[in-house]
Design a protein around this ligand. Structure first.
Ligand code: ZN
Length: 149
């Protein structure tokens, strides 16, 4: 990755941290879950409104570090309008990207790729994946809280 591209990615992450998109409660949410990353102290609550197998709206709440907040914000943007069956592959692709496990090309991750640099910082991987773990718990309707530990 060139340093110019890396700078651009860092700018996008910082922008989503400072001005998170889709942050707040969601009226009429059909799926919700809460997640916690004790390693860093990140907390996130994900609200999703699914209709006819499509994610119509998604928001998040909570407090966390720049990476966890930016990741949750970027995730909400990436999910709107997706069909439920697209979400598993997208979440898997994202996980593979931030853990460096992506040998085979996964689904196009688009703007989510700004978080690819996280793979160089193993301690931050859980910050980046927290929102996605919590999303999956919400969609699976698993009871209780999610912890990355
Ligand atoms: Zn964190």
């Amino acid at each position: 990755m060139t340093s110019g591209l890396r700078d651009l990615y860092q700018e996008v992450i910082f922008d989503h941290y400072r001005r998170p998109r889709n942050r707040g409660a969601l009226a009429g949410a059909s799926h919700e879950a809460e997640g916690h990353n004790p390693l860093c102290g990140d907390n996130v609550k994900v609200h999703v409104r699914v209709e006819d197998g499509v994610v119509r709206d998604v928001t998040f709440e909570g407090e966390g570090c720049a990476i966890s907040t930016a990741s949750a914000s970027l995730m909400t943007e990436a999910l709107k309008g997706r069909r439920l069956e697209e979400i598993g592959p997208l979440a898997d692709g994202f996980h593979a990207m931030v853990t460096g496990g992506a040998d085979a090309p996964g689904p196009a991750l688009g703007k989510l790729e700004v978080l690819a640099g996280v793979r160089e910082f193993p301690a931050r991987v859980k910050c980046a994946t927290l929102a996605w773990h919590t999303l999956r718990a919400a969609l699976d309707r698993r009871p209780g809280n999610v912890s990355t530990e």
